[in-house]
Design a protein around this ligand. Structure first.
Ligand SMILES: Nc1ncnc2c1ncn2[C@@H]1O[C@H](COP(=O)(O)OP(=O)(O)OP(=O)(O)O)[C@@H](O)[C@H]1O
Ligand SMILES: [Mg+2]
Length: 254
């Protein structure tokens, strides 16, 4: 299909709608490109995309990592390449073959030190798996850490998500500055979420173009409370419409 895998990610301040929008992206891609190979990655240890997409993964990247580390500690140390191959194998095993997309969750490392390791692992996994998919959508954790650690290095389409708050916009600008150094993206744009019409003139994101403004979405907020997935949102709901517009402007869909 596509000559190059498109790797999409959302980044921004906490609680601005990254997971909601990433989930909407996955849904839209499955609808627009039913024959494409699509991978959704929940890269937030706090776990969000899993619920938003209504999936229940059996194992996580952190789980796989632990098993591989243990098997090395138990027996003979192995060559890095052998490790990576095994990881790839296990990741495919873990991946939930949903009807329309595959899914991988980073998991929740218990010890603080493991967190960097699983992030480093995630970075390799993104490179490793990208070739097997046409579209990869990554729901990252809040803030700048995963950009800073180059976990998102291979991302091709970077969506900066913010709410109308100054703080949210500043975080988006900061992430853009760091991403300019550390992410090899082709396109970058801003989505302003949960915004009222009258606030629009005051919104200042200077680092990148604003792709769309998404108003408050009652149906989405209610679905979220009840744990209903984004696949049950009305097609014309603000989150779906806004995400569609953003994907169009980033030339992901027509
Ligand atoms: N346009 C919207 N209208 C109404 N509610 C929204 C909208 N977008 C997101 N929400 C709600 O805001 C809350 C935060 O959204 P979401 O979890 O998508 O943000 P996030 O950026 O992923 O948060 P975190 O940084 O904690 O991962 C959720 O309860 C979600 O349902
Ligand atoms: Mg989230």
């Amino acid at each position: 299909m596509s000559e190059k895998t498109k790797i999409l990610t959302v980044a921004g301040k906490g609680g601005v709608g990254k997971t909601s929008i990433a989930a909407a992206m996955v849904r839209i891609l499955t609808e627009e490109y039913p024959d494409a190979r699509i991978l959704a990655i929940d890269a937030d240890p706090a776990i969000g995309l899993t619920t938003a997409l209504g999936v229940e993964p059996t194992d996580t990247l952190d789980g796989i990592r632990k098993k591989i580390v243990n098997s090395v500690e138990d027996g003979r140390p192995r060559e890095a390449i052998e490790m990576l191959n095994e990881a790839r194998f296990r990741i495919f095993d873990t991946m939930l073959e949903e009807e329309k997309f595959s899914f991988l969750a980073i998991g929740r490392p218990e010890a603080a030190g493991c967190y960097c390791k699983v992030n480093a692992y995630l970075k390799e996994v993104i490179s490793l798996l990208a070739a097997d998919f046409d579209y990869v959508v990554i729901d990252g954790e809040a803030g700048i850490e995963q950009i800073n650690r180059r976990v998102m290095e291979k991302v091709t389409h970077l969506f900066l998500i913010t709410d109308p708050s100054r703080k949210g916009c500043q975080v988006a600008d900061t992430i853009k500055q760091v991403a300019d150094e550390l992410v090899m993206y082709d396109r970058c744009g801003v989505i302003v979420n949960r915004v009222r019409e009258e606030s629009i003139p005051y919104i200042k994101v200077e680092s990148a173009d604003i792709l769309t403004y998404i108003p408050d979405d009652r149906a989405h907020a209610e679905n979220d409370i009840m744990g209903i997935s984004v696949f049950d949102l009305p097609e014309d709901s603000p989150v779906m419409q806004g995400t569609r517009e953003a994907l169009t402007r980033m030339q992901i869909i027509d």
